[in-house]
Design a binder for this molecule. Structure first.
Ligand code: SAM
Ligand code: SF4
Length: 342
């Protein structure tokens, strides 16, 4: 934080508390709105318009913002996402800068190009990685992502393991009548590969208007299907959205994220920065706070850091208690997951 050291005593994480008493300390940064897939629930097949390059935050701008979050507010973890973060050139350089701040740096990716990127990312300081995969069946994968890339994603998962990234987790969005017949197949795959599969309830952040409560496969139902095949016991829950279970036979762990049926909002410690520098206090937030205009205002040194810190604190002061998915007052955000940064 250029110039700030010794001038303003850095506040600690306890100071960044939202109106509901939750400590905020996890930053999700979208590094691009672009993607090499076109997942049915995330993007239309054609006709996406991308942000012009000039509107996307540079690595320097991202680092500066992250540094304020870490040094002023004690953030402990940063996750890079998108769009598809691996389509952003030179991503390991950003990982290295962020890891240099002393935080845990994680990544969410579709995994298609991980064979190329896993080692450089690990060397740059990436610790954890989540790879999204919604079907283990080639035809279905093609239908869901509109790309015939299942083999490359599976190879990418192996590459992440080979590179020593740990833990490697698989994110699987379950949708009724679409892939819910693969629950046990995914559990088996996770056990065989030594990776933790986390089943996620489908949320109304999709492209188009296909979401309805009937498409959501409740986490309890997913867990029951897994446990019938491979008995599990609950693991004491850390402060994370996933409920985790241990296979009784020592086959590892599995998780469910009940974003819709049992939201984790009461313990949410997350905020997000979109690729063009808009700050959001919830995936489902309707308001955004413009950090890019501050980053590009011409302010430098401690003045810039102070302005960013004030804007972050003000924004966090608007964080709401939680989303109201499925209730009459729910308003779907205008942006999809890929535009917010899932
Ligand atoms: N492209 C990367 C990927 O797919 O992992 C990162 C961005 S993607 C938007 C992040 C995650 O959001 C993916 O795991 C994806 O499955 C999930 N996702 C997208 N739309 C969703 C929805 N409507 N409900 C639940 N998860 C969703
Ligand atoms: Fe791309 Fe991820 Fe959205 Fe699929 S879910 S289209 S991989 S951003």
């Amino acid at each position: 934080m250029n110039g700030a050291a010794g001038v303003v005593a850095p506040a600690r994480a306890k100071d960044l508390v939202d109106p509901f008493g939750r400590l905020v300390g996890d930053l999700r940064i979208s590094v691009t709105d672009r993607c090499n897939f076109r997942c049915q629930y995330c993007m239309p097949a054609e006709g996406m318009t991308w942000l012009p390059r000039s509107e996307i935050l540079s690595f320097e701008e991202i680092e500066r913002f992250a540094q304020v979050c870490v040094e002023r507010f004690g953030f402990e973890s940063i996750r890079l996402t998108g769009g598809e973060p691996l389509v952003r050139a030179h991503l390991p350089r950003l990982v290295e800068r962020l890891a240099g701040l002393g935080v845990d740096v994680a990544l969410t990716t579709n995994g298609a190009t991980l064979r190329l990127h896993a080692k450089p990312l690990a060397s740059a300081g990436l610790s954890r990685i989540n790879i999204s995969l919604d079907s283990l069946q080639r035809d279905r994968f093609l239908e869901l992502t509109r790309r015939d890339e299942l083999d490359r994603v599976l190879d990418g998962i192996d590459a992440a393991i080979d590179a020593g990234l740990a833990p490697v987790k698989i994110n699987t969005v379950m949708m009724r009548g679409i892939n819910d017949d693969e629950v046990v197949d995914f559990a088996r795959y996770g056990r065989e590969r030594g990776v933790e599969v986390r089943f996620i309830e489908f949320m109304p952040l999709e492209a188009g208007d296909v979401w309805n409560a009937d498409v959501v496969v409740p986490a309890d139902e997913i867990l029951a299907a897994i446990s019938a095949e491979y008995p599990t016991e609950a693991v004491v829950r850390a402060n994370e959205p996933a409920e985790r279970y241990r296979y009784l036979d020592g086959g590892g762990h599995v998780g469910v994220i009940a974003s819709v049926t049992k939201p984790f909002c009461g313990n949410c410690d997350r905020v997000r920065l979109t690729a063009e520098g808009q700050f959001r206090t919830c995936l489902f937030a309707l308001d955004e706070f413009d950090m890019r205009s501050i980053l590009r205002s011409g302010a430098t040194g401690a003045e810039l850091d102070d302005r960013l810190a004030t804007a972050v604190r003000d924004a966090v002061g608007t964080k709401w208690a939680g989303h109201s998915i499925g209730q009459v007052n729910f308003i779907k955000p205008k942006r999809t997951m890929s535009q917010i940064g899932g």
